[in-house]
Design a protein around this ligand. Structure first.
Ligand code: HEM
Length: 524
């Protein structure tokens, strides 16, 4: 990249030849003057000068990556002194990230941790580079378009991120079914739940639940039943295509008449001898609007949970209709209403055994909830990060926002909740890594349910407080408050699905009551 002295830049100071310096980089903004959303005059005022301070005041980081960098023509002084977004994230250093307190987990800065090794550090760097460069700058655009490009799903698959985010990487039943290697060259033996955590956490740093679910929302819940209980033929036919990003799979359980009450679902699959005849409706199905496969819970037996089976229904089967629903948030994730009308489903498309569906659904619940916790807590952190950065620069009544005690109080409450949730999450992940698999549902279902409620209530709190700190900037879409505004609309998508907060809190305490009763009995 070409190097200029400040004096050279200063000569380009008119409307017909306008350069500015931002963070040590030199930009030719002549052609951009009339397009600048903040107006031509403000840019011209800084023509030939260092506008780093002004730039910081009015823009978020993504703007530099998406709009600024294509106009960069050089640097001031030597390349090494210029601070670009990409060299910040790829610098080989033990510490990682920008170092803004609480904007990243504590082990990214000075704290020791027993959970991570060199392979986690390598993975963290690679995922961040991908997200900073190829995802975050475009999230607003994709969210407004309510669609993400297929190419970004393919790219994430090639990087091994779909293997990680779907849970396939840590699932022995997925061996031989993954079309791409695990991310960052981590071996199958080494890959653990903390690697998965890093992948989800770092992708969530983009601050868009809609992106995450459009990338792997259906995959992480619709594919595991196929991997764990599908026939060999079904697995080989379906799994590699989904993990390569070529096909999309959804989990279709919830119905218009009942959300959390899974055992009472109404969709029927009638045994017609050589096939099932499926009739019913599903609602709020993530990625359903454009999915190729649906893992569908149907009633094949009597009432209650013992009469439910899982069927793999294909979009091309006659009688399947799916339409996108207008949702508060999670744009792009294809929230849908699906109707099955006299759909003939071959008997070979049953997942596992007849009337075992409820058990299979339960099997993945803990994993699903842990995924929600990972995402929700990073979103809470994003709220802290964005609001903290803004509070350090925005002045009211002669002081920056953080200099006001009322704002510091907000941060205090946000930080204590996020760090507590993170510490509990890491502790639960360590149990998932080390406890015998068979013992985990009994021992972990209660804590995971409580942790899910903890993470989503923390998220709701942080989104609210960050939005208050941003004020009007978090009321309108885009701009500096972009992430906070979007996340504020996505809170309910985490607090309700995968078990509502009410049900999670109740389940957690009921599990504890069960354990207490068992202890009392053993003392008799
Ligand atoms: C490389 C240089 C620059 C680029 C690429 C750039 C780009 C942008 C973009 C894309 C927006 C719209 C973002 C949004 O919706 O918030 C914007 C808004 C704005 N920019 Fe710039 N800009 C640059 C330099 C500057 C400078 C030097 C100033 C001030 C001296 C400035 C002042 C503003 C203002 C006041 C807004 C409106 C903010 C608002 O709506 O709250 N920009 N700029």
């Amino acid at each position: 990249m070409k190097s200029f002295s400040p004096e050279e830049v200063a000569q380009h100071n008119s409307a017909s030849d306008c350069w500015v310096i931002v963070n040590g980089m030199v930009f030719d903004v002549t052609k951009f003057l009339n397009e600048h959303p903040g107006g031509k005059k403000v840019l011209l005022k800084m023509a030939g000068k260092d506008a780093s301070k002004q730039f910081k005041s009015f823009h978020n980081d993504a703007i530099m990556q998406r709009v600024g960098l294509p106009m960069q023509i050089g640097v001031v002084g030597t390349v090494a002194t210029a601070t670009t977004v990409s060299n910040l994230v790829s610098a080989p250093q033990a510490k990682f990230g920008e170092g803004l307190p609480y904007s990243d987990p504590t082990w990214y800065q000075d704290w020791n941790s027993p959970f991570y090794n060199e392979s986690h550090i390598r993975l963290r760097k690679d995922v961040r580079a991908f997200v900073d460069k190829e995802v975050t700058p475009f999230c607003h655009e994709w969210s407004e378009a309510k669609s993400i490009p297929r190419s970004i799903i393919k790219r994430a698959a090639e990087l091994g991120l779909l293997n990680a985010g779907s849970g396939a990487a840590t699932n022995p039943a997925a061996k031989g079914l993954m079309p791409y290697p695990l991310p960052s060259g981590v071996s199958a033996e080494e890959f653990d739940i903390f690697h998965e955590f890093i992948c989800v956490d770092e992708v969530a740093r983009c601050g868009s639940g809609g992106f995450l679910w459009a990338l792997m929302g259906g995959l992480s819940i619709g594919l595991p039943p196929v991997i764990n209980f599908g026939s060999k033929e079904m697995k080989e036919r379906v799994v590699p295509g989904c993990l390569s990003g070529d096909k999309i799979i959804s989990l279709a359980i919830t119905e218009p008449s009942g959300g959390s009450d899974v055992a009472n679902l109404q969709t029927t699959a009638k045994d017609m001898g050589d096939h099932f005849l499926v009739n019913g409706e599903k609602k709020w199905i993530t990625q359903g609007a454009y999915a190729d496969y649906y893992t569908v819970a149907c009633r094949t037996g009597g009432p209650g949970m013992a009469g439910v089976s899982l069927l793999l229904i294909e979009r091309t089967m006659p009688g399947v209709e799916a339409r996108a629903m207008d949702a508060q948030g999670m744009w792009g994730s294809g929230t849908s209403y699906i109707t099955f009308e006299d759909v003939k489903v071959p008997k070979t498309n049953i997942i596992g055994k007849l009337n075992y569906g409820f058990k299979y659904i339960m099997h993945n619940f803990n994993h699903e909830r842990i995924g929600i916790v990972m995402q929700a807590n990073r979103f809470s952190r994003v709220c802290i990060e964005e609001a903290f950065k803004y509070s350090l620069k925005r002045k009211t009544f002669g002081q920056t926002l953080v200099e006001h005690a009322v704002i510091r109080n907000k941060f205090g409450h946000m930080i204590r909740q996020v760090e507590a949730t993170h510490a509990w999450l890491e502790s639960v992940l360590y149990q998932i890594k080390t406890l015998p698999v068979k013992e985990q549902p009994e021992l972990l279902a209660g804590p995971i349910a409580l942790l899910k409620a903890q993470s989503t209530q923390t998220f709701e709190f942080c989104a609210r407080e960050a939005a208050q700190i941003f004020g009007g900037l978090a009321y309108t879409r885009g701009g500096q408050g972009e992430k906070v505004e979007r996340l504020y609309r996505e809170v309910r998508a985490y607090a309700i699905p995968g078990g509502s907060e009410e049900i999670m809190l109740d389940l957690g305490v009921r599990q504890a009551m069960k354990q207490a009763a068992a202890i009392a009995k053993s003392k008799l």
